[in-house]
Design a protein around this ligand. Structure first.
Ligand code: FAD
Length: 424
């Protein structure tokens, strides 16, 4: 029985790995448009971009591992169409790349198909302004690294995760950095005004010219040596769409609709990672998560289903960031209903090394929690949501969360171990 995986990124490579770990002995074909073996992207805006880590640290496995585990890895190969009736995937050499493996075959048959095509950076074009660089691939990161020098003027459009991490890396290289953002504080949509302000102070304290509530114009960008668009990503759903799979609406968050077990509207086809709009059985909402932990854990869960044990994906969203000396972890999701209040425990001057915790509360439940610089709190923030305690304390604190009686229903929020150690 043949399983074909389209997308040799973190999600696709993890699924292939887990299939072998589950004892699946059938054929696995892993198709990737990039010429580099599967790798983790977080280092592209952190250790690798900063010049602290070699790129190899980001690889999911060294290249020979795939052949050693009888995984037919076809790099530099783009899937161009899915014929669901004949159950074949059409492929061709990706532009600029040489295909490896599989000779000249342009049709690959499948019994089960997994889509893990990820996302692409949203491009930005402005009249009278030169090229905007973006950051998604190894090549993009190398290009930025080479551009960041003492005195280089770097303009970044967007103060989301990528914009801020790139700003930190550029500052650490000695560049002059200006960030333009429409919202009133960085990360406002995800973290809200209170915690967004912490990131604003952190970056200003490190010398970033942070221009908030700003609609950037061509004039603003005239003097920049390097312009970077960090305005989000678009899930790569063209193949799924052309194959007639059901897609999520914009309001639902976009991507390919999958059920609790990550199955698309075609029972032989699954989707995971950045493209998957998942019917989350615990959150009881549809959610599409563009994060490292989800790529890994959905890869593992879907592999079990593909290998014959139907495995609903129940884990809560988790993500992390590193900027300057600030490290943080966040678990949960307020979802479309949002939150009533955010309780902050500790001093929030992250620029001077403060450590704190924050709990987003709706009704009597913590719906999301994070810590900044307090790695001892990793467990408690996971547990505050994982155990689904009814919270009575106001404000919520690490201690109150630990002493509230937990309900019997619990959810897995433990982040996955990082093979390469690259992501943190
Ligand atoms: C710079 C950067 C930093 C990040 N930092 C963090 C972080 O700190 N914390 C965090 O939680 N998350 C972070 N993320 C997000 C995380 O990396 C993504 O959520 C994760 O990579 C998603 O994995 P994926 O396998 O779904 O998609 P991808 O990693 O995008 O992989 C998809 C692969 O599929 C290939 N592909 C697409 N279409 C085709 C086709 N038709 N044929 C063949 N191949 C195809 C693509 O070329 C790509 O290689 C970061 C992302 C970036 C870009």
């Amino acid at each position: 029985m043949s399983i074909v995986i389209i997308g040799a990124g973190l999600a696709g490579a993890t699924a292939a790995t887990e299939l072998r770990e589950q004892g699946y002995e059938g054929e696995i074909v892993l198709i990737g448009a990039e010429t580099t073996p599967p790798y983790e992207r977080p280092p592209l805006s952190k250790g690798y971009l900063l010049g602290n880590d070699a790129f190899e640290k980001a690889l999911v496995h060294p290249e020979p591992w795939y052949a050693e585990h009888d995984i037919d890895l076809r790099l530099g190969t783009r899937a161009t169409a899915i014929d669901r009736e004949r159950r074949v995937v059409h492929v061709e050499p990706a532009s600029g790349g040489e295909s490896t493996g599989g000779g000249q075959s342009t049709e690959i048959p499948y019994e089960q198909l997994l889509l893990a095509t990820g996302a692409s950076s949203r491009p930005l074009h402005m009249d009278g302004v030169g090229e905007f660089l973006t950051l998604r691939s190894r090549e993009d990161s190398t290009r930025l690294k080479e551009a960041f020098h003492a005195g280089t003027k770097v303009a970044i459009v967007g103060a989301g995760w990528i914009g801020l991490e790139v700003a930190a890396a550029a500052r650490e290289a000695g560049s002059e950095v200006t960030v333009f953002e429409q919202a009133a504080v960085p990360l406002e949509r995800v973290l809200g005004a209170e915690i967004g302000a912490v990131f604003a102070d952190l970056h200003r304290g490190h010398g970033v010219d942070l221009r908030m509530s700003t609609q950037v114009t061509a004039d603003d960008l005239k003097s920049a040596d390097v312009r970077i668009a960090a305005i989000g990503v678009t899930p790569d759903i063209a193949l799924a769409e052309a194959a007639g799979l059901e897609l999520a609406t914009r309001e639902q968050g976009g991507g390919v609709l999958v059920d609790a077990s990550l199955r698309t509207s075609d029972p032989r086809i699954f989707a995971i990672g950045d493209i998957a709009n998942h019917d989350h059985p615990v959150l009881a909402v549809r959610i599409r998560v563009e994060h490292w932990d989800t790529a890994i854990e959905q890869g593992k869960a879907v592999a079990r289903t593909l290998a014959g044990t139907d495995t609903p994906y129940e884990r809560l969203p988790y993500f992390f960031t590193d900027q300057y000396d600030l490290g943080m972890e966040y678990v949960g999701s307020p979802g479309p209903d949002g939150y009533d209040r955010v309780d902050i425990e500790g001093e929030t001057d992250a620029l001077h090394g403060d450590a704190f915790r924050a709990f987003w509360v709706r009704g009597d439940a913590v719906v999301a929690a994070m810590h900044v610089n307090d790695w001892d709190a990793s467990e408690v923030i996971r547990d505050s949501i994982g155990s689904r305690r009814a919270v009575t304390a106001e404000p919520v604190s690490a201690e109150s969360v630990s002493t509230e009686p937990a309900s019997t229903e619990s959810v897995s929020t433990e982040p996955a171990p990082v093979d390469s150690g690259a992501a943190q």
